[in-house]
Design a protein. Structure first.
Length: 197
């Protein structure tokens, strides 16, 4: 299946503080790309859906004395008909917040970005029993007549005590990387040299 792309508009949530080799996992016929050094535990990908379970090695702290850890992540997403309600990731998060609190999740900070047809909300927080820190990403990409709806949930597991002053949100956001090419087949010339997926 040929995927036509008018522009490679990449929403790179952040770049790792320490260089790591990356693998690319094209999702949804190339409409979404997960870039990461990752160990896959589950990989189910189809044209209109994806379910991945993977882990990422994490390095943080000072360069002269780095601390090792890992992020355990689950990604689920579907391609469905577009609707304004599904595209409003902030409202969808607000709708889920009470249930999250009741389940023991303490959301502490959020970061929202919008770039034309892509909306992304990252929510970081912590929970107990067991004690853990997490980052939840809501990502919606509009590609008429469809909407790509992604949830990425990662938990940070450190192998050594980072100390009381550790900014867990800053560490976790360095390791949540999603590239989003924007699809618009109608605007691409017939002789386009864009790649196939």
């Amino acid at each position: 299946m040929q995927t036509s792309l008018t522009a490679l508009v990449c929403l790179m949530l952040t770049a790792p503080a320490f260089a790591q080799d990356a693998i690319q996992l094209p999702l949804f016929d190339g409409a979404l790309v997960l870039t990461a050094e990752a160990g896959l535990r589950q990989d189910v990908r189809e044209a209109d859906g994806a379910l991945l379970d993977f882990w990422r090695p994490v390095t943080f702290g000072p360069a002269e004395k780095p601390i090792g850890g890992r992020m355990d992540c689950k990604l689920g997403g579907v391609r469905q008909d577009y609707s304004d309600a599904l595209f409003d990731v902030r409202q969808r998060y607000r709708d889920s917040r009470r249930a999250r609190e009741q389940s023991g999740l303490e959301d502490e900070s959020d970061d929202y970005a919008e770039d034309g047809r892509v909306r992304r909300l990252e929510v970081t927080g912590r929970a107990n029993e067991p004690h853990r820190h997490y980052v939840l990403t809501f990502l919606a990409m509009r590609a008429d007549p469809y909407l790509y709806d992604i949830r990425l949930n990662c938990e940070f597991r450190h192998l050594a005590d980072p100390g009381d002053e550790t900014d867990y949100a800053a560490i976790m956001r360095q390791y949540v990387d999603i590239a989003v090419p924007i699809a618009d087949p109608a605007a691409v010339p017939a002789n386009s040299d864009l790649p196939e997926s």
